[in-house]
Design a protein around this ligand. Structure first.
Ligand SMILES: Nc1ncnc2c1ncn2[C@@H]1O[C@H](COP(=O)(O)OP(=O)(O)OP(=O)(O)O)[C@@H](O)[C@H]1O
Length: 246
């Protein structure tokens, strides 16, 4: 499997505290990966580094076939290069319809001039319908985003991210606050999305991670403690000690 993202020996300290400590791992081009670890393990900092929000003190992060270093790019350039990030809380425009939210995301992807000269076309309407269908909101396309359930809002935001056709999607605790049925649909959505792109899910909920049925990377003190199937990592005595046995 060729790597799409390669994190190569990165470290970062905040006021002398090493939040990320010589962290290395890679993600394949069409792979679903769960990243777990106790509080303070470095999961958020890892995502901040990949998206350009935080600069590591050392190491490199390479992306794509040509192994471009993300460290020479700013946040906007990294997003344009194909990395999308879904934060924990949904940030959709509540007063706007599902279709309008998705349309805005498509416009934003096309850049400032597209926003100025945008005219709704049959092609863009078809694209919006396709995005809505992809995230399971086809029947809700004309509803206001504010009327959607928490889970549906999360899916809408994923749809908005998909408008910019990311090759890597970083998703922070998608299951938080969802009903069981929503969790099941979210699992199916993430599994489906990872067939054609890389999806990295940071998650605390072990039941949810089990349902994802994918390779798991366990972080601890800013490094990889264990990697493999959930069964494999949860049998690891180090993992049991630092994380699961607490
Ligand atoms: N900007 C910052 N300034 C100072 N310390 C920071 C900063 N960002 C993160 N840290 C520290 O770095 C460590 C790693 O934090 P991080 O948020 O990446 O962990 P996490 O695995 O995402 O934890 P959680 O599961 O609680 O979200 C923590 O000890 C945190 O307090």
């Amino acid at each position: 499997m060729t790597a799409l993202l390669e994190v190569d020996g990165i470290s970062v300290s905040f006021d002398g505290f090493r939040a990320i400590n010589n962290l290395s791992f890679s993600i394949g081009a069409a792979e679903l990966r769960a990243v777990i670890g106790p509080n303070g393990a470095g999961k958020t900092t890892f995502m901040d580094i990949v998206t350009g929000k935080t600069r590591p003190d050392s190491g490199d992060v390479k992306f794509g076939e040509s192994s471009r270093s993300l460290l020479r790019m700013n946040e906007a350039q990294i997003a344009r290069a194909g990395i999308g990030r879904k934060f924990q809380r949904p940030t959709v425009f509540e007063d706007q319809s599902v279709a309008a939210n998705l349309t805005m995301a498509l416009k934003a992807h096309r850049g400032p001039f597209a926003v100025l000269f945008w005219k709704p076309s049959a092609a863009s309407r078809a694209q919006v319908a396709e995005l809505a269908a992809e995230v399971g909101l086809a029947e809700h396309i004309h509803r206001k985003a504010g009327e959607l359930s928490h889970g549906q809002k999360q899916w809408l935001e994923i749809g908005m991210l998909l408008a910019s056709a990311p090759r890597l999607l970083l998703v922070d605790e998608p299951a938080a606050g969802m009903t069981l049925a929503e969790r099941e649909q979210t699992t199916a959505l993430l599994v489906r999305l990872a067939k054609t792109r890389a999806v990295v899910v940071v998650e605390h909920d072990m039941d949810f991670v089990r349902r994802l049925d994918c390779k798991v990377t366990v972080l601890h003190q800013g490094s990889v403690l264990a990697e493999g199937s959930l069964d494999h990592v949860t049998r690891n005595p180090d993992v049991i000690e630092v994380y699961l046995g607490r």
